[in-house]
Design a protein. Sequence first.
Length: 423
Amino acid sequence: MEASEKPQLPLDDLAFEGIVRALDDRLVIERLTVADERAARMVRERAESGQRPAETVAKAVEIGARVLDSEETAANVDYVRAELERGVGKLNQELAGTIESGNEELAERIATAFGSDRSDSVQRQIAELVKKANDEQRLAISRLFSAEDGANPLTDFKAAVVHGLKELDARRERAREADRQQIEELNRELVALRERFGGREELEAEQARGTAKGFTFEERVHDAIERIAGSRGDCATHTGGEQAEGGGRKGDTLVELEAAEGPSAGRIVFEAKDKKLSKNQAWTELNEGMAARAASYGVLVVAGEARVPAGREQLHEYEGNKLIVAVDRDEPEGLALETAYRLAAARVRLSRDTDLQVDACAVRDAADEALSTLKQAQAIRSSLTGIKTSSDKARAGLDAMVAAVEAKLERIESLIAEADDTD
C-alpha cells in the first residue's frame, strides 16, 4: 500500500502507551488508554444503550477539541483586550492633555475676539451694525409715511380722515346754526307769551271795550286769531265780508302760515258761529269756506260748548281736515282757540310734507293730553266766575295748566320740526 501524501503527525512518545496520528482532517489513535472515570462511565452507559463505543469516543474527542480551541481563542481575546486597554489608556492621557491645552488656547482666542472691553470686538461690531440698520430702517419708514405721493400707504387714510373731520365740522356748524335759529324762535315765542300773559288785564279791558262798542262774535274771534298769527309769523285776514275768487263770502278768517316772513306754507280757514249748527250744516260751512279760500284745513269756532254740533266733540279732528273749538262768547281769545290754531297748523304742515317721518303716536298722545288739560282748565275758569274767594288759588292752577298745554303744543311742533330736519 502506498504511503499517504497528507502530512502526518509524528509518532508520540511511547510513554503514553498509545499512538496518535493526525492525518489531514482525521485522527488515528492506536492503543491509547484514557484514565478518566467520567469518560469511562459515559462510554459504558452509551454502549449499554446501543451506541458504539468508538462513536462515543470520537464525539468526545471532537467536542473536547472544540472546547480547547474556544479556550485558546478566549485567552487570545483577553490578551488583545488587555493590550488594547493599555494602549488606549495611554492614548487617552495624551489626548486629554492635548485637548486641555487646546481648550485653554481656544478660550484665550474667544476672549480675545469677543471681549466687550475691546473697541473692535465682535459684540461691538454687531451692536454697531444693528444700530446702523435700525437708524436706516427708521429713516426709511419716516420718509415713506411722510411722502405725499402714492408711495405713502397712509395717503388715502389721511385724506379720508381730513375729509371726515371737515365734514364733521360742517355738520356741527349747521347744527349750531339750526340750534341758534330754534333758540331765537323760542325766544320770540317766549316774549310773545310774556307780553300776552303779562298784559292780560289790558287785554281784558280791550275786550271789554270791544264788547261795549258792539263788536260781533265774528270780529272778536278774528281779532284773537290775528294776535295768535302775529306771534307766530303767520298772516290772518278777515275775509268774512270779502268776495272769494271762486264766488261767495264763505270763510270768516283766512290764516296763511309763515306768510309774514316768506311764501305761504299752507292755508287754514276759520268759521265763527254764534249759533248752534247741525253736523251737516257745520260740515257744509267748513267745506264751502275751504273751497272758497283755497284752504286745506277748516276750524269751526262756536260761542260756548252748548253750540257744539250734536254728536261732535271739540278739539277732535274729523275727516282729516276739520276741527271744532268752543270759546267764550265775549272773550274768545284764550287757550282753547290757541290750541285749535296750533293743532290745525301742525296738521297742515304734516299734510304738506308727506315724506316726513313723524311719531304719530306721540303727536296723538300729546294732543289728547292737551285736550284733557284744556277741559280741566275750562272747568276751573268756569268755577272762577262764581267763586271769588278762591280766585287766586284757582288762577294759579289755571296758569300751571296753561303752561302744561303750552308744553304739549310745543312737543307736537318739535316732533314735526325734528321730522322736517331729518328729511
